[in-house]
Design a protein around this ligand. Structure first.
Ligand code: 3ON
Ligand code: FE
Length: 491
């Protein structure tokens, strides 16, 4: 264990140097059975955890300005019927990744500010975007798909993680189209006799923005598609669903692309947030009935992610992670120098939407610094009781995610499992136990970076009581850089 670092008077729950090392690239591709296991893997836990995230934090020796610009690398952790657990990781062979690997140099700028070497002149007018397929990975319609919201999905072989190529979702997308990295899985769609369905969206931003909603059946075929135009520029990373509605929060942002076109900044750095302005809450019915889209206003700060939404007593509820300001890496600084204490934490808010009165009320559910949530997948769009989320070790202020928080929305009870000082958590994934009767009867799977050992672990917590000792800890032979999103599949 390391000594806790003190910075000024503040005692930190982590060591900055160790935290930084979680952003080291992992250029190797592994394929092995995990042998270093503490505890006992539950027999009933069978399936695969897929997760995505930047695997390279530099391109051919040029460090990235922002980790969100890193080439997507998929990890697959498979829990086999014989009790063994297999680990595999592979880069998505996107067109841009392959080109840069072959050329031995950086060819593309990054959306979040990574510039090609040679100064602005060498970036001037270069608006070619590299699809880095790094944000999420889903298994749907017998396809494994790596997603990045500014371009098309990449299809991978679920067994070998080999890249098959760009996937147009049975002809639904055209070359150059994009689809969000945050689909929502409706466990029992009312429009399809209770069958599951996948709901996703795409945004075409401009002076006004076109939102298209797509719903896919279990076979991967399109069931419903409709488009809507909303006023103003949009940067919408995520949405939420209920049985009858799709909910979007349009952050109060404007976009000035000039510094991007002139080669000074990344496109993402040209998004300007206006905290004093209201957000727009866009409510779109999932089927074309007489009901029309509604746009209501509320002050929500900046929102990347939503947790869940549901309908109750003629109201719609939306739970989201809100920031008072948009965290951006300052010019000429490095994300590895992040001054956490100067940034606003993500906090959980509940929005209550009355469609008839056209009002939005809000209340804070959790003030602790939070990000990356999951719930029991059978409760998506429903009045749910439990949420699981990455959180800071300390109750106040902004800090790296080092703990998992379980929030009981009925009683307000909280449970915390902290991996501080040496552990850093990613997105927790909730896997329901077969034949479970309680909502929290399941396992939490989470990848934890161990800064002491510079290796990553897969940790299994008991959903009913996350505070007790982990059910099992699986030690990988190496580290995996901090990631973004993933999913579990028992197929
Ligand atoms: O006009 C453009 C529209 C658009 C789709 C503007 C634009 C260039 C910004 C854009 C592209 C957006 C993209 C590519 C977004 C990608 C986002 C991404 C890869 C990740 C987002 C992660 C969000 C959070 C909150 C992560 C938090 C992480 C931690 C707290 C732990 O490290
Ligand atoms: Fe996300």
């Amino acid at each position: 264990m390391t000594n806790l670092m003190s910075q000024g008077k503040q005692i930190l729950s982590y060591d900055r140097q160790q935290w930084r090392q979680g952003y080291q690239s992992q250029p190797n591709e592994y394929d092995y059975f995990i042998e270093a296991i503490e505890g006992k893997i539950p027999e009933q836990l069978q399936g695969t955890l897929f997760r995505n995230g930047p695997g390279l934090l530099e391109v051919q020796g040029n460090p990235l300005k922002h980790p969100f610009d890193g080439d997507g690398m998929i990890c697959a952790i498979s829990f086999l019927p014989n009790g063994k657990v297999h680990f595999r990781n592979r880069f998505v062979r996107t067109e841009g990744y392959v080109q840069e690997q072959n050329a031995g140099k950086m060819i593309y700028r990054g959306v979040f500010g990574t510039q090609k070497p040679g100064g602005w002149i060498n970036n001037l007018f270069d608006t070619n975007i590299k699809n880095i397929a790094n944000t999420n990975v889903i298994y749907w319609g017998k396809k494994l798909l790596a997603l990045w919201e500014a371009a098309e999905p990449y299809r991978l072989d679920p067994k070998t993680l080999e890249t098959v190529g760009i996937d147009y979702l049975e002809g639904v997308l055209n070359p150059g189209d994009s689809i969000s990295a945050h689909p929502r899985f409706d466990p029992a769609s009312e429009f399809d006799n209770g069958q599951p369905c996948l709901v996703n969206f795409s945004i075409k931003p401009g002076l006004s923005s076109k939102i298209t909603i797509y719903e896919f059946g279990p076979d991967g075929c399109l069931l419903r598609r409709h488009s809507h135009t909303v006023p103003g520029f949009s940067f919408i990373h995520d949405f939420a669903i209920t049985p009858h509605y799709c909910l979007f929060l349009q952050n109060p942002v404007t976009f000035n692309p000039l510094p991007y076109i002139l080669g000074f900044k990344g496109a993402g750095e040209c998004v300007n947030f206006h905290p004093q302005k209201n957000s727009k809450l866009i409510v779109i019915p999932r089927t074309s009935t007489d009901e029309k889209m509604k746009i209501l206003e509320t002050n929500a700060g900046f929102v990347f992610h939503h947790i869940n939404a549901f309908e109750k007593d003629n109201n719609i509820y939306l739970d989201s992670i809100c920031y008072d300001s948009l965290p951006q890496v300052k010019p000429d600084t490095d994300y590895k120098e992040t001054d956490f204490e100067s940034l606003d934490p993500g906090q959980i808010w509940r929005f209550k939407i009355d469609l008839d009165r056209e009002t939005v009320d809000k209340k804070m559910l959790e003030s602790r610094c939070c990000e990356f949530s999951d719930i029991n997948p059978n409760y998506v769009g429903k009045n749910y009781r439990y949420l699981f989320i990455g959180t800071a070790h300390k109750e106040q202020g902004n800090a790296p995610l080092q703990a998992i928080l379980k929030l009981d929305l009925l009683t307000g009870k909280k449970q915390l499992h902290s991996f501080a000082p040496q552990g850093y958590v990613g997105e927790p994934i909730f896997v329901p136990k077969p034949n479970a009767t309680n909502e929290d009867e399941g396992w939490i799977l989470v990848m934890v970076y161990d800064g002491d050992k510079h290796r990553s672990d897969i940790v299994i917590l008991d959903g009913e009581n996350i505070e007790k000792e982990a059910i099992a800890t699986l030690h990988l032979k190496h580290h995996i850089p901090y990631g973004l999103h993933g999913n579990w599949t028992s197929e």
